[in-house]
Write a protein that binds this ligand. Structure first.
Ligand code: ZN
Length: 152
């Protein structure tokens, strides 16, 4: 018996993964703080570590973080990368000019916050530099309210 060649076709199926994501109590408090241009973290009652954005359970001691604390609007650039593309609706798009994405340690926090960094040429970014938060004029309780960070 010889091998038979199977017929096949490749359907093009447009897919839409639009869905609602419930942010939960901790991220809701974080976004509520954005309405007042405040950055909130959550503090562990056992080890005292403060994380931003707030998370319910401490990864170090597994205790429930119940205390929300307001963090500084300033912090230190701990690391960064340079972006050359954006991802919009699943498609990569080249940008006209490269941009900075920083890992920022806000004063009072024990972890790093990922955010855009603007206000300086990409080649002049250096770890250890001081940055401050820049908010949209009309904060609405959305992730985009905290627009970017810039050098102090
Ligand atoms: Zn802890």
């Amino acid at each position: 018996m010889g091998a038979t060649e199977e017929a096949y076709f490749t359907p093009v199926v447009p897919m839409d993964f639009t869905y609602n994501y419930r942010v939960g109590h901790y991220l809701q408090r974080y976004l509520d703080g954005f309405k007042e241009k405040k950055v909130l973290g959550a503090k562990c009652p056992e080890c005292g570590q403060v994380v931003v954005p707030p998370r319910k359970y401490c990864g170090s001691c597994n205790k429930v973080r119940e205390e929300f604390v307001e963090l500084s609007q300033e912090g230190t650039l701990e690391n960064f990368t340079v972006g050359h593309v954006t991802l919009v609706k699943g498609k990569l798009n080249e940008v006209e000019s490269p941009y900075l994405v920083g890992m920022i340690k806000l004063d009072g926090a024990d972890n790093l916050l990922l955010a855009r960094v603007e206000g300086l040429p990409v080649g002049e970014a250096k770890t250890g530099m001081r940055l401050r938060a820049v908010w949209k004029d009309q904060a609405e309780g959305d992730y985009s309210d905290l627009d970017h960070f810039e050098p102090v």
